[in-house]
Design a protein around this ligand. Structure first.
Ligand code: C2O
Ligand code: CU
Length: 469
């Protein structure tokens, strides 16, 4: 049994099931290799969550034989796919030996449906989630969010995709079916240390091998033509810089489609961020191999074999989506300085403290400034935001990166950078979270509670009262 304590420390119970599992399968050795194995394992594709199937957080086994956690036994868990306007309703059961919550990252949900640390699901119990989907098409995801143990639970495999579709996106005729890949990229500990273990590092735990959809160094096939790669950085702390021999064009991110296609050489992705990318395989002969590589780690993460495909004549549309531009001409309304491994503006998170109040419906300008301990991928619950220019350490301009156009819910702030964002909370009132998505930073307190209210003065008074208890 994998046992995770409040601070993420790991203990093995019952004779070391994880170790025994490794020894029995030999999967450890494949993982320990410094590079990909000669024959790469096939890339698993997540299945869809069945109509009335509850989401079950419980044990799962990685393809290398390592024991971990997963939703419904899979890594990633089953994909939830809905349309804008649908109602989402699902029971979540916690089959683990420790409390958890499920947060729908990227979905704008009422406070009590948001899976916040305040709403733990005790071991052995369940919770019903239901809320309307009121947002544009995009790649969202679900993952645990219990305070202090998010990093460990995520490390052991709890994550799944939550896809929203709409008419604007459907009209583009983007590659679909076998030509659309959903990829959760992350790193994992090699077996060299003796197990697929989580070792909490407050600065951000990183692993020695790349994993895509729960498998180290996988391979897959794609037909000649365009492919749509929908990628989530599901790592605890690692930033990826993705490249390929094939031309890559960014068409979307956390908040769905961007305005116009952006050809790129490289895509930087911090934990929690998503990108929607078209890979142009038209110029490759069947049998050719193309990689999805990480330039930062020097990893050929995913090997793609090009197969014969039908000539579709489809071209990337010149215009993708109509994006409303938020406007705010003033100075920042709030500045958040992310410090070391656990503090925002000098404070460590407290679950029962409300840190600030945001007026409902107002466009606010927030400045994210990163002191040490960066990069800090900053994530906001309850709304999406638009990224503006910022500054880099030498005083130069931090331009909006191609994958930061449109709407975002997570933005990566490097050391001594500032990034300004415009945000408007206009769907729900209630308590939401702002935090670093480097999960060890989050667990150690780089997080704030804020309340969105139509009546900020009243909310401020109430928050003060709550603080006394
Ligand atoms: Cu993906 Cu508050 O988290
Ligand atoms: Cu951080």
């Amino acid at each position: 049994m994998v046992r995770i304590s409040r601070r993420g420390a790991l203990a093995l119970l019952g004779g070391g099931g994880v170790l025994a599992g490794l020894a029995a399968t030999g999967g450890a050795r494949a993982l320990a290799a410094a590079g990909p194995p000669e024959v790469r394992p096939p890339l698993p594709r997540a299945r869809l969550l069945d109509a009335d199937e509850p989401l079950r957080a419980g044990r799962a086994v990685f393809s290398g034989g390592q024991e971990g956690f997963g939703y419904n036994g899979g890594i990633p868990g089953p994909t939830i796919r809905l349309r804008n306007g649908d109602a989402f309703a699902r029971r979540v059961e916690n089959l683990m030996d420790q409390p958890t919550t499920v947060h729908w990252h990227g979905l704008v949900a009422p406070q009590d449906m948001d899976g916040q640390p305040h709403d733990e699901i005790a071991a052995g119990s369940g919770r019903d989630y239901a809320f309307p989907i009121r947002q544009r098409a995009g790649l969202n995801w679900y993952h645990p969010h219990p305070h202090g143990t998010t990093a460990a639970q995520a490390w052991y495999g709890l994550a799944g995709f939550f896809v929203i579709e709409d008419e604007e996106e459907a009209a583009l005729g983007l590659p679909s079916g076998d030509q659309e890949l959903f990829l959760v990229i992350r790193d994992a500990q090699s077996a060299a240390g003796g197990m697929f273990g989580y070792v909490a590092d407050i600065a951000g735990t990183e692993g020695e091998v790349p994993m895509v959809n729960g498998v180290a160094w996988p391979r897959t096939t794609l037909a000649r033509g365009f492919a749509r790669l929908r990628i989530l950085n599901g790592a605890n702390a690692r930033v990826f810089r993705l490249r390929s021999q094939a031309a890559l064009t960014v068409i979307g991110n956390d908040g769905g489609l961007i305005d116009t296609p952006q050809p790129v050489d490289e895509i930087e992705m911090a934990p929690g961020e998503r990108v929607d990318v078209l890979m142009d395989l038209r110029g490759f002969e069947p049998g050719a191999t193309v990689g999805l590589n990480c330039n930062a780690a020097g990893w050929p993460m995913l090997e793609i074999e090009v197969t014969e495909g039908p000539e579709t004549g489809w071209e990337i549309p010149g215009h993708l989506s109509e994006i409303e531009t938020l406007v705010h001409s003033g100075e920042p309304d709030r500045t958040f300085v992310f410090q070391e491994n656990e503090r925002i503006n000098g404070e460590v998170y407290e679950m029962n403290r409300i840190d600030f109040i945001v007026p409902f419906g107002a466009v606010e300008r927030w400045r994210f400034a990163s002191a040490r301990g960066a990069p800090h991928p900053i994530h906001v619950h309850g709304a999406h935001f638009q990224v503006l220019e910022g500054t880099v350490p030498n005083g130069g301009v931090r331009a909006v990166r191609p994958w930061e156009r449109g709407w975002k819910d997570t933005v990566n702030v490097r050391t001594h950078e500032t990034v300004d964002v415009l945000v408007r909370f206009d769907v729900y009132e209630g308590r939401y979270l702002l935090h670093c998505h480097k999960l060890e930073h989050e667990d150690h307190g780089m997080m704030m509670n804020f309340v969105v209210s139509r009546n900020p003065d009243e909310a401020r008074k109430r928050a003060e009262l709550e603080r006394l208890y």
